[in-house]
Write a protein that binds this ligand. Structure first.
Ligand SMILES: *Cc1c(COP(=O)(O)O)cnc(C)c1O
Length: 366
């Protein structure tokens, strides 16, 4: 079986280094907010080209802390793509703010910048862009709208470590960005982890306190904070893996190129890449009309696929008040997308086998 994503194989490559750094943390006697966190955050800020990176417990809380850091709460509206992974939207709701859903573009699956302005009201405070599947949102129009209406731009960069737009890294395309280091992400640790990147000194200062019970100095609490920290073992592992991120992303790039050049089946819609950007192929997402049949066919022939995501947020029981709403592009995407195996450890022969299967002329159309 060709696995959709073989996390063990991905991490096995770093066994020696990972064991070494775990030993190092064990011996240090410092397990939370120590040197590993400081160094990793400096390295990651440099990587993204920003002044600050702040380690936190996971990607959703990274987004949460940005919203809280800007003082947004009940009554404030935040624009967000309707087809995102639900964590982006949950992060907004959790702060008491109102998520305002906007349809994506059918060609990139990212928020359609032309549909944002009509959703802006006097209560709108921010636009949350989500660089879905590893492709950055074309930011030009977003920047223009943010300036015109005085809005914050928050990036959900959980799927876009190393992606670029107009020569700038994801994480440096808005006022602040949230990253996730969940194991399956392009830069993943061996547990939960996340970070916020920003050039905003005041925001960084506040979030550093808020993620640590609201205190800069132990037992002195400036804010009603939370506990959301990146632990030393995860930070140390991320230091190791950050060194290999660009190489891994290049490998993803080669696989995507191979798929895009060699898959020739009229019933499969391949992903498109916008201008002026570097896609990091967190996921390789195609569309087919008869998804069930397609997935079964691949499974029968030893290829595991996944769906990102099967149910759109506005159709989830968690958001009952939205269930009657209609977002036709979002719904079509959720009905048709399938993710092919994509990871830096996918072999040439596995890629070949997948392409051969998909191109088999004896196939009925999907
Ligand atoms: C993974 C992910 C998140 C949440 O990150 P966690 O670390 O799992 O909390 C948020 N948004 C998007 C788009 C994601 O893919």
């Amino acid at each position: 079986m060709i696995r959709f994503l073989d996390l063990h194989k991905i991490n096995e490559r770093y066994r020696t280094e990972v064991n070494l750094v775990i030993e190092r943390v064990l011996s240090s006697g410092v397990y939370i907010l120590g040197e590993e966190n400081d160094i990793f955050c400096k390295d990651f800020a440099n990587f993204c080209g920003v002044k600050h990176a702040i380690g936190v417990a996971n990607g959703m809380e990274a987004l949460n802390l940005i919203i809280k850091g800007y003082g947004l709460s009940a009554g404030d509206e935040i624009i967000v793509p309707a087809n995102t992974y639900i964590a982006s939207i949950l992060a907004i709701s959790e702060c008491g703010c109102t998520p305002v859903l906007v349809e994506p573009s059918m060609d990139t699956y990212n928020i359609n910048p032309d549909l944002i302005e009509e959703k802006i009201t006097s209560r709108t405070k921010a636009i949350m862009v989500v660089h879905l599947y590893g492709q950055v949102v074309p930011m030009k129009k977003i920047w223009h709208l943010a300036k015109k209406y005085n809005l914050k731009v928050i990036e959900d960069a959980a799927q876009a470590h190393g992606a670029m737009y107009a020569g700038r890294m994801a994480g440096n395309l808005g006022d602040a960005a949230g990253f996730s280091f969940y194991p399956g992400k392009n830069l993943g640790c061996l547990g939960d982890g996340g970070a916020i990147t920003t050039n905003d000194n005041d925001l960084a200062d506040k979030i550093r306190a808020v993620r640590n019970y609201g205190s800069h100095i132990k037992y002195h609490n400036l804010y009603r904070g939370i506990n959301s920290r990146l632990d030393e073992i995860q930070a140390a592992i991320l230091r190791v893996k950050l060194l290999h991120l660009q190489t891994d992303n290049e490998r993803r790039h080669e696989i995507a190129k191979y798929y895009r050049e060699n898959i020739k089946n009229e019933s499969i819609i391949l992903p498109q890449v916008g201008d002026e950007l570097v896609h990091v192929w967190h996921l390789f997402v195609i569309r087919v009309r008869n998804r069930k049949k397609f997935q079964n066919y691949l499974a029968e022939h030893g290829v595991q696929t996944m769906i990102h995501y099967p149910v759109p947020p506005h159709k989830q029981p968690a958001y009952k008040e939205w269930n009657h709403l209609s977002f036709p592009i979002t719904e079509q995407i959720h009905n048709e997308v399938v993710s092919l195996p994509m990871s830096p450890v996918l072999t040439k022969s596995e890629m070949n086998k997948i392409v051969e299967l998909l191109n088999d002329p004896s196939l009925n159309s999907f």
